[in-house]
Design a protein around this ligand. Structure first.
Ligand code: NAD
Ligand code: TYD
Length: 354
């Protein structure tokens, strides 16, 4: 029997994947519970991405602006809303920011996860599942061949991936030591609607639209394994409903691509779908090779055989269909893009949340 959740706490539900997960859940006939979205609304949290969600869920949706590091507040929310499951997305998520200023990554990703785990443990009688969202970056960098499995040893290289690795270890320890019913998924790079345009794909689409330079790090041959965000959401839900406590699953779409290929594909799609550049040149002319990221992992690739075999999960999108849907979304949602780029959404947060 799949697990059913009455009061699901979603941390980081105003960020890219959290927003997509909550929107995806709105359409699930097998979810009739409440969603309690707990998000601090940092620069990456955008309530404008959630417009319409409250209407679709009706009284089953609650948004709470709170810090996952605030133990008293988290305990109060778990008790007040009778939370029976937690899906934990909240994090600092951008590698370049972690290189420039790791402090927030250590605080949110490690201390924040620990705080949530402790609160869950203190409410053990009511928590049936703690699902932790993690990344394939904890496994480090691959050579030309091979792919990460669930048994690959952790070897994180950036402050971001090190902080996520630490949080994964805490999740594992709380299961092994205290019997907390945890599950964990390590996913490859996501793309799709509502992603903050500091990440490769939305940054390139918006810069290409506007005729701005497209900064490619190093030689552009670093490889990422891309997954459309809705496919990540369906994998998370499958794990949450069916996976054994203590289990971990790798999630990926077998869509390995060098960054340069991704950027070229985006250029071609934007050329097809947006007005031409003023100088009439193809968007590929905007590609600019820039200084490489320090410690830049060369290649990620996910072996997702376990989730396919155990839980029957399959992604619905190929990178071709997913990229096209994504480019269309950013071109059609210029208002959202402009509000994010101009910082307008932060004025909205200040007005509504102080
Ligand atoms: P994001 O940066 O878009 O969103 C993070 C959200 O967390 C934001 O809404 C932010 O306001 C919130 N947040 C930050 N600090 C908080 C705090 N102290 N308390 C409460 N809320 C806080 O990130 P994302 O891309 O949506 O990633 C979500 C999760 O998925 C992260 O755990 C990330 O490590 C993981 N992940 C991301 C990817 C990817 O490609 N984006 C891939 C695999 C795993
Ligand atoms: P990113 O979206 O930051 O995800 P991650 O670092 O978590 O994989 O970057 C994806 C890849 O694109 C990564 O190899 C770094 C590269 N990249 C660029 O070449 N230029 C850019 O402007 C950005 C943001 C990333």
């Amino acid at each position: 029997m799949p697990r059913a959740f009455r009061n699901l706490m979603v941390t980081g539900g105003a960020g890219f994947i959290g927003v997509n997960f909550i929107r995806w859940l709105c359409d699930r006939p097998d979810f009739t519970g409440h969603v309690i979205n707990v998000d601090l609304l940092t620069y990456a949290g955008n309530p404008l991405s959630l417009l319409g969600v409250a209407e679709r869920f009706g009284p089953r949706y609650h948004f709470i602006k709170a810090d996952i590091c605030d133990a008293l507040r988290i305990a109060e929310i778990i008790a007040t809303y009778e939370i029976d499951a937690i899906v934990h997305f909240a994090a600092e998520s951008h590698v370049d920011r972690s290189i420039a200023a790791p402090d927030a990554f250590v605080r949110t990703n490690i201390l924040g996860t620990y705080t949530l785990l402790q609160a869950a443990r203190e409410h053990a009688d009511q928590i049936q599942l703690f699902h932790h969202i993690s990344t394939d970056e904890v496994f480090g960098s691959l050579g030309k061949r091979g792919a990460f499995t669930e048994k690959t040893p952790y070897a994180p290289n950036s402050p971001y991936s090190a902080s996520k690795a630490a949080s994964d270890h805490l999740v594992r320890a709380f299961h092994e030591t205290y019997g907390l019913p945890t599950t964990l998924s390590n996913c490859s790079n996501n793309y799709g609607p509502f992603q903050f345009p500091e990440k490769l794909i939305p940054l390139m689409i918006l810069n290409a639209r506007e005729g701005k330079p497209l900064p490619v790090y190093g030689d552009g041959l670093n490889v990422r394994d891309w997954l459309f965000v809705a496919d990540h959401c369906s994998a998370i839900w499958r794990v949450m409903q069916e996976a054994k406590p203590g289990s971990t699953y790798n999630v990926g779409g077998r869509n390995e691509l060098p960054n340069l290929r991704v950027v070229e594909k985006i250029c071609d799609l934007v050329d097809q779908k947006a007005p031409p550049l003023a100088d009439g040149k193809p968007r590929r002319s905007l590609i600019t090779f820039v200084k490489d990221r320090p410690g830049h992992d060369r290649r990620y690739a996910i072996n997702c055989a376990k989730i396919e075999r155990d839980l029957g999960w399959r992604p619905a999108e190929t990178w071709e269909t997913g990229f096209e849907r994504t480019v269309d979304w950013y071109l059609k949602n210029a208002e959202w893009c402009d509000q994010v780029r101009s910082g307008e959404y932060q004025k909205w947060i200040a007005t509504h949340y102080g």
